[in-house]
Design a protein around this ligand. Structure first.
Ligand SMILES: CC(C)(COP(=O)(O)OP(=O)(O)OC[C@H]1O[C@@H](n2cnc3c(N)ncnc32)[C@H](O)[C@@H]1OP(=O)(O)O)[C@@H](O)C(=O)NCCC(=O)NCCS
Length: 172
């Protein structure tokens, strides 16, 4: 299979926005109200917000392409860009999304390996992420990738408070 990783820049904003909305919708629409989905997506994926995140030197976005077609994306954060107060020795996977038709082909694992490579190259000791407690598919995937639950935090989907499990994996 031909798999390529491409680091996103400002020029990729529109594709990033489209893929972010599509994958978020496909993943969460069945378990959340349309109003809460809308509120979250307007806040998280508006062009100004994504532009700001792309410009942050402590965050990196990547597309994964399968036979030249964008099949998903990864966002990692370091230092102050991490969405929880964590050590400077850790890297956060804030988003990892594979479009429906490309799932279960090894691409998610490829992106986890990409995140690990970035973490190691920055001398990080740990990778962590937050995952909604009801996203069982993702939780099973992360366990398969060697992550274990190390905490929990709340998260707002529109006006609904939800629990995210914190999962992490050391790199030593
Ligand atoms: C979760 C997600 C990133 C996994 O990516 P993927 O490309 O489908 O997974 P892969 O094909 O790379 O699977 C890697 C391994 O995990 C296993 N795996 C993947 N999904 C699994 C699941 N739901 N249950 C159990 N094992 C799973 C695979 O069998 C594979 O195992 P192997 O290495 O022994 O062959 C992808 O399904 C996705 O984008 N889901 C929707 C968005 C989402 O929930 N993102 C996370 C938000 S926190």
């Amino acid at each position: 299979m031909t798999v390529k990783i491409k680091k996103c820049s400002r020029e990729d904003l529109q594709v990033l926005q489209e893929i972010s909305i599509e994958t978020f919708n496909d993943t969460f629409k069945e378990q959340n109200s349309p109003e809460n989905m809308q509120a979250y997506m307007e806040r998280a994926f508006n062009a100004e917000q994504l532009e700001k995140e792309l410009a942050n030197s402590s965050s990196e976005f990547f597309f994964i392409c399968f036979h030249e077609e964008p099949a998903g994306y990864l966002k990692v954060n370091m230092n102050d860009a991490q969405s929880e107060k964590m050590s400077d020795e850790s890297l956060e996977i804030e988003r990892i999304y594979i479009r429906n038709k490309f799932q279960r082909k090894g691409l998610g694992k490829y992106l986890i390996n990409q995140a690990m490579g970035i973490a190691i190259s920055h001398n990080k000791k740990m990778i962590w992420l937050g995952v909604w407690e009801k996203n069982e598919n993702a939780i099973d995937f992360y366990k398969k990738m060697g992550f274990i639950q190390t905490g929990a935090h709340s998260f707002y989907m529109g006006d609904e408070e939800q629990i995210d499990l914190i999962m992490s994996r050391t790199l030593e």
